[in-house]
Design a protein around this ligand. Structure first.
Ligand SMILES: Nc1ncnc2c1ncn2[C@@H]1O[C@H](COP(=O)(O)OP(=O)(O)OP(=O)(O)O)[C@@H](O)[C@H]1O
Length: 265
């Protein structure tokens, strides 16, 4: 066995395309403080994986690990077979919309065009092709008609769609989304789901944190259930069981008419 093969879970030919992200018994820390232990699983190309867990569980930390922004204290994290920091040109990150100042004087179109800066080169003005790619991305999230509006005049859900469009404009093949469905209205939720499904059909790998179990069921082939450590990693029907959720969330799990809900989420 080669040293590299020893680092990653082995893939069988019938498992489909090689994984975009591999967490191999990864333990993550901020300085000397370990916050997440022993995450083990893969995010394949063309599939979405949900990160589910209570507040402070380590969902954002795992996303940051895939960006190479957190110390991997044990095990490994690889993106497209590389260290995450080396794979950043293949990776697009979608933060929560409320992390951006809505008062910042920038139009919707300008925000999406920022997704082209890395490809165009930071010192070059984006060209016609960059503008066309950004326009297509905005169209994919259903906001083509808002390009000239100021970003801050949009609703929270619309701003979240704009940030997804910015990531789409990067043409990355790995998308990392931090709670994009939080506080989002039904129209924007459907628009986000629709755009993500198109990206998945095009072969993108998606890692998305969410408190909304229905999103995990609707979009994701896999769920990583976590709270300081991994509780389960696999298909939603096997991971989001009442027993697993009760273990992971403690007492906050309700069962109503055969459906499982996490109270307060
Ligand atoms: N920069 C940091 N330095 C030290 N500890 C941190 C840092 N960022 C997060 N933590 C800690 O790491 C743990 C996991 O936090 P993280 O933000 O990853 O959780 P989360 O599941 O995304 O939570 P939420 O759902 O509330 O966003 C928490 O205990 C948090 O306090």
């Amino acid at each position: 066995m080669t040293p590299t093969a020893a680092l990653v879970p082995q893939q069988r030919a019938e498992d489909g395309p090689p994984p975009a992200i591999v967490f191999h018994h990864a333990t993550l820390a901020y300085g000397s403080a370990t916050v997440l232990r022993d995450v083990h699983g893969t995010v394949p190309a063309g599939q979405a994986t949900a990160l589910v867990g209570p507040n402070g569980a380590g969902k954002s930390t795992l996303i940051k690990a895939a960006l190479g922004l957190v110390t991997v204290a044990a095990g490994s994290v690889t993106v497209r077979g590389q260290r995450p920091a080396a794979a950043r040109s293949r990776t697009a990150y979608v933060p929560q919309a409320d992390t951006l100042d809505p008062e910042f004087p920038v139009t919707v179109g300008q925000v999406v065009l920022m997704g082209r800066y890395r490809a165009a080169g930071w010192l070059r003005r984006p060209g016609k092709r960059d503008r066309a790619i950004a326009a297509d991305a905005l169209d994919l999230v259903g906001l083509a008609d808002r390009a000239r509006d100021r970003f801050g005049t949009l609703s929270g859900g619309q701003r979240q769609r704009v940030l997804l469009a910015r990531a789409i404009a990067q043409q990355a093949d790995v998308l990392l989304l931090d709670e994009p469905f939080n506080g989002v209205d039904a129209v924007s939720r459907d628009a986000l789901l629709g755009a993500l499904r198109e990206l998945l059909a095009g072969g993108a790998a998606v890692l998305v944190s969410t408190h909304d179990l229905s999103v995990a069921h609707a979009l994701c082939r896999q769920v990583c259930l976590l709270n300081g450590r991994q509780y389960a990693f696999g298909p939603p029907e096997r991971t989001l069981t009442a027993d697993n959720l009760r273990c992971c969330y403690g007492a906050h799990v309700l069962e109503v008419d055969g459906s499982t809900f996490v109270a307060g989420m």
